[in-house]
Design a protein around this ligand. Structure first.
Ligand code: NAP
Length: 264
């Protein structure tokens, strides 16, 4: 039977142009290493990146690099271990831009020692810098994200937080805590368009791993499926995806970007 002629006439198709507003992304620890690579990548992906660390000079260098590439960035010098001041700084960023779309809690420190020798000071400073800072930033960012019914939260953990690591009780506890925090936030805010995920890097070539003995690096590399250390850009690529508009169905996940070291 011949098809009815009226179905052969192509109806005019109106394509709705869906342009999302420029996303405001806040990245902690953006002065060097993984945070810097994340900032450069998000700027390349057209986000306005708010660069945070304690030292303004290196942050300005990153800002210049972003601007020279045609991107947009601004600098906030803050100590994220000072919970009250840090929360106020996050609120100020959201107020200034009228929104806060992407929060990457990346800054972190290590103070390694065997548990029996670990001081209270080294325990506390690692917990406040690596874990409490993420909680207070999320609490400050949640309201503007919920208001816009869009948010992407990424917490940079570590494979140490997934499988533990001798000599890193404070660091592994903080990084493991980020995973529980992230799953809880994902459940609390998922209905408001806000996702929360963890990226857990393995061994990445940065200042943090620079001083490890070559023998240790060789051992770790040998245990990896891909047989090489990671680069900051490997982590930035994962962050770019989980913070993208199209990643709205991915939440509460821990993604180990570790060259197949743990396959967590
Ligand atoms: P990194 O090279 O040592 O850089 C750390 C960044 O955090 C710097 O920008 C530093 O800036 C900032 N920072 C530290 N304490 C801060 C504070 N109190 N307030 C504000 N900013 C602070 O470290 P990375 O290797 O890039 O690591 C980045 C993240 O990935 C960390 O959370 C780390 O635990 C995690 N990670 C790294 C590896 C690895 O192999 N490298 C593996 C697993 C997980 P200022 O010193 O200028 O403040």
């Amino acid at each position: 039977m011949a098809p009815c002629a009226r179905f052969l006439i192509a109806a005019p198709i109106t394509l709705a142009m869906t342009t999302s507003p420029q996303r405001i992304a806040l990245v902690t620890g953006a002065s060097r290493g993984i945070g810097k690579a994340i900032a450069l990548r998000l700027a390349k992906d057209q986000r306005h990146v708010v660069l945070v660390s304690r030292t303004e000079g290196p942050l300005n260098d990153v800002r210049h690099a972003i601007e020279q590439g045609g991107g947009q960035a601004s600098v906030v010098a803050a100590d994220i271990a000072d919970a009250k001041a840090w929360a106020a700084a996050v609120e100020a960023v959201a107020d200034k831009h009228g929104r806060l779309d992407i929060l990457v809690n990346n800054a972190g420190i290590t103070k390694d020692n065997l548990s029996l020798r670990m001081t209270d000071e080294d325990w506390n400073v690692v917990i406040s810098t690596n874990l409490t800072s993420a909680f207070v930033a999320i609490r400050a960012a949640a309201r503007p994200m919920m208001k816009n019914r869009f948010g992407r939260i990424v917490n940079i953990s570590s494979t140490s937080g997934v499988v533990g690591n001798a000599g890193q009780a404070n660091y592994a506890a903080a990084k493991s805590g980020l995973i529980g925090l992230t799953k809880t936030i994902a459940r609390e805010l998922g209905g408001k368009g806000v996702t929360a995920n963890v990226i857990a890097p393995g061994f990445i070539e940065t200042d943090m791993t620079h001083n490890l003995p070559q023998q240790v690096k060789d051992q770790v590399t040998g245990a990896m499926a891909v047989k090489r250390l990671g680069t900051p850009e490997d982590i930035a690529a994962a962050v770019a995806y989980v913070t993208s508009d199209e990643a709205g169905f991915l939440t509460g996940q821990t993604i180990c970007v570790d060259g197949g070291l743990t396959m967590c």
